[in-house]
Design a protein. Structure first.
Length: 176
């Protein structure tokens, strides 16, 4: 399997982030062969890992992917929430230094060349209140503004047993 042929297939399928199963399906090769080729392509600098088993193609054309899109793909199912969503909607004046998401899976953190990604776990019943938005031409699952605030309050009370809403510095104009 030639890398450039696979690259064009990935591009055609819109798979800007992919795993070994995706490559095996597109190439019709077994995972063992695909795994060896992925190792070779990583050494050549044609693909880059985002986490173990998840990659992006960076040769011949590297796409700039939104960190919100990457956050949704790193750990599924998940949606952007908490400080990241509050900042996204300009409900707080600070810019989030990490991308925070909600998931039904165990809590996790990932670091890669795009940044720092944190996932907080909730019960399946609480995994609601998000919408699909378009960021840099890609769909992203992000909490609605009210849900991001509810998620923030929930984790603040759960982690600290107190909530100082003044420290959050919510934009009162945006809340109306």
């Amino acid at each position: 399997m030639k890398y450039i042929d696979l690259y064009h297939r990935l591009e055609k399928e819109g798979l800007f982030i992919f795993n070994l199963s995706d490559l095996s399906r597109l190439s019709c090769h077994k995972k063992d062969l695909v795994k060896r080729q992925v190792s070779h392509w990583k050494k050549k600098g044609w693909i880059r890992p985002l986490k173990k088993g998840l990659y992006e193609a960076i040769y011949p054309t590297r796409r700039i992917l939104a960190d919100l899109f990457i956050a949704n793909k790193l750990y599924e199912p998940s949606y952007i929430s908490l400080e990241t969503a509050l900042s996204y909607y300009s409900l707080i004046p600070e810019v989030a230094l990490q991308v925070t998401s909600i998931t039904t899976k165990p809590t996790r953190e990932f670091r890669n060349h795009y940044g720092y990604f944190q996932y907080r776990s909730v019960k399946k019943e609480a995994f609601v209140g998000y919408q699909l938005r378009t960021e840099q031409g890609r769909y992203v699952k992000i909490a609605e503004p009210e849900k991001a605030l509810i998620d923030y309050i929930y984790f603040a009370l759960r982690d600290k047993n107190t909530l100082n809403i003044e420290n959050l510095r919510l934009s009162k104009l945006k809340l109306k």
